[in-house]
Design a protein around this ligand. Structure first.
Ligand SMILES: [Zn+2]
Length: 173
């Protein structure tokens, strides 16, 4: 697992155009907000291809779809694979507002996503930094580059609002 420090992240943001880097986390945050407004846990994801083009975005829909696997990452991966015409998303990047759970981390590895950018850490259900640490597991056959803490404060505020019953359903500030 490569969890980068803030200094490393700064170096990364110089490599990747900041328009793409920040822009797609914003798309993920907007998806999270839409989910929250629907009464879902506010988590969103976006996927960009190797050329930096947005190919998928989705928010958590477990309640609406009555599907415990309908996490934002899984839905975005399904859309991206359909568009890509392949079960592998080689060279693609995924942006998620919250640290992926073990199921989604395993799906990210299976999809061969090149990079994962996520917002807030999830000490309760995350599968990367703590708990199962999916990408460090010896049975994990593909480890994406991982960058945490991107758009963290907005993601945390949205989740905190959701769990205290306060939902901001206007535009993101
Ligand atoms: Zn998940």
């Amino acid at each position: 697992m490569k969890l980068r420090t803030a200094m490393d992240r700064a170096a990364v943001s110089m490599d990747a155009p900041s328009r793409i880097f920040g822009g797609y986390m914003r798309v993920a945050l907007e998806e999270a907000q839409k989910s929250g407004c629907l009464g879902e846990v506010p988590v969103g994801a976006a996927i960009a291809d190797g050329d930096g083009k947005l190919i998928a975005s989705a928010g958590n829909r477990t309640r609406q779809l009555k599907d415990p696997t309908a996490h934002a990452e899984i839905l975005a991966i399904r859309i991206a694979c359909e568009k890509h015409g392949s079960e592998r998303l080689l060279g693609c990047c995924i942006y998620v507002t919250l640290e992926p759970c073990p199921m989604c981390a395993a799906a990210i590895a299976a999809a061969r996503l090149a990079r994962l950018y996520y917002g807030a850490s999830d000490p309760k259900s995350g599968g990367i930094e703590i708990g199962p640490r999916i990408f460090s597991h010896m049975q994990c056959h593909h480890r994406p580059e991982v960058y945490g803490g991107i758009g963290e404060s907005e993601s945390e505020a949205m989740l905190a609002g959701f769990f205290t019953g306060i939902r901001e359903c206007g535009g993101l500030g």
